[in-house]
Design a protein around this ligand. Structure first.
Ligand code: GMT
Length: 373
């Protein structure tokens, strides 16, 4: 098949999933065209059968804002016709599904539009009633719609009051890349030999509750020798730094900023913390599980569909930092329990969320879309 993919190329779960999907499809011999504003961060080195079409938009003094979405739709239409695309896969309802709808009207070729909902588009952007109308159009005019968890499907149906069929296609992980610690090199750089390592990776948006991460760590570090590694940047970065200083934790908390390649960091951790208040899936939780790293997080959104409470990690109500700290301590103090959770985590990632299986599910979905007149 010839497949176009449009996504946010910046660091984040949706961009990572879209890019890994494109790479995996290309490795299976499909022709993949990324239609993007920048080269996606996870693309890495050259991949055969992958083509990048970078968008350029018009700026002119009379235009108060560049017509970004129209430029993207026009580029999509060009790529559809020029490269004879069969499928255009939009990751995020806004703007990509809407641009794809526009492109379909402009293109001469009958491309099928598949939209994948990743969460923020539905749970945050749809709060704006004007955007909600536009997003609803994008969703309903797509030939096929998928969401990354059952929870996100339920939320989408309720928020948009739509009967549109939405299929659940879980995110996936390459368990050859995310695997239990290969060597101790990164771990040695991150921490002292006697320290336990807690890790959090996110874009530091308020929904990630970064201050809860620090409060959990403060309680854990009070009992055991531990280090907190924070990866990412975002709006709550300064609040996080302030809290670390206020709690006098600056000698045991490291801010690593944005990192393109997270696998060596994830596999160096003992526990991943994900205390989000909204999370459609939690890709980083899956990546941790693939590395055999148990997750302590919240019963929020799609997290319980990824992390099994009492099997691969522990989940608590949002904001219950005391309980989450107690759960981290339970894992760190009980070697047998820790080993069992670690094995369960890796097994679950390999059997339920393997890239090979999920890419096969996307291919089947594309073929079903193409079968429809
Ligand atoms: O978590 C974020 O804020 C980034 C966001 C994104 O758009 O990349 O992640 C969303 O999509 C990921 C991939 O499907 C999911 O794993 C995240 O759970 C989801 N984030 C939220 O729902 C808050």
């Amino acid at each position: 098949m010839k497949i176009g993919i449009s996504c946010y190329p910046t660091i984040g779960g949706s961009g990572a999933v879209a890019t890994e999907l494109g790479k995996a499809l290309a490795r299976k011999g499909h022709e993949v065209h990324f239609i993007v504003t920048d080269v996606p961060f996870r693309l890495g080195t050259f991949v055969d059968h992958v083509y990048i079409h970078e968008m350029d938009t018009t700026t002119y003094p009379v235009l108060r804002t560049p017509p970004y979405d129209f430029s993207l739709a026009a580029l999509m239409a060009n790529v559809i016709d020029e490269y004879e695309l069969d499928i255009l896969h939009a990751h995020y309802a806004l703007p990509f599904a809407v641009c794809a709808f526009l492109a379909k009207q402009m293109a001469k070729r009958d491309v099928k539009v598949v939209t994948t909902l990743h969460g923020t588009d539905v749970t945050v952007l749809a709060q704006d009633l004007r955007l909600k109308q536009v997003m609803k159009l994008g969703i309903e005019k797509s030939d096929r719609v998928t969401a990354v968890s059952q929870d996100l499907i339920a939320q989408t149906k309720e928020l948009f009051e739509t009967d549109k069929e939405i299929e659940c296609l879980y995110n996936f992980v390459d368990t050859d890349v995310f695997k239990p610690r290969a060597g101790d090199e990164v771990r040695k750089c991150l921490s002292r030999p006697d320290e336990r390592v807690l890790l959090h990776i996110s874009n530091f948006r308020p929904v990630k509750r970064i201050c809860d991460v620090i409060q959990i760590f403060a309680r854990v570090a009070n009992q055991v020798n531990a280090r907190l590694v924070l990866v990412g940047e975002g709006p709550d970065y300064n609040a996080a730094r302030d809290l670390v200083h206020q709690l006098n934790l600056h000698n045991s908390v490291d801010f690593l900023g944005k990192q393109d390649e997270v696998a060596p960091l994830v596999d160096s951790a003992d526990v991943l913390l994900l205390p989000s208040e909204k999370e459609s899936f939690g890709l980083v939780a899956l990546e941790a599980m693939a590395c055999g790293v148990p997750v302590v997080g919240t019963i929020a959104g799609g997290i319980p569909e990824v992390v099994q409470h009492g099997e691969t990690g522990f989940l608590s109500p949002v904001g219950d930092v005391d309980q989450m700290a107690a759960q981290v301590l339970q894992l760190l103090r009980d070697d047998e329990l820790y080993q069992q959770f670690s094995i369960n985590s890796r097994t679950r990632a390999q059997t339920q969320f393997h890239v090979r299986d999920k890419v096969g599910e996307y291919e089947a979905l594309y073929l079903r879309a193409l079968d429809e007149k």
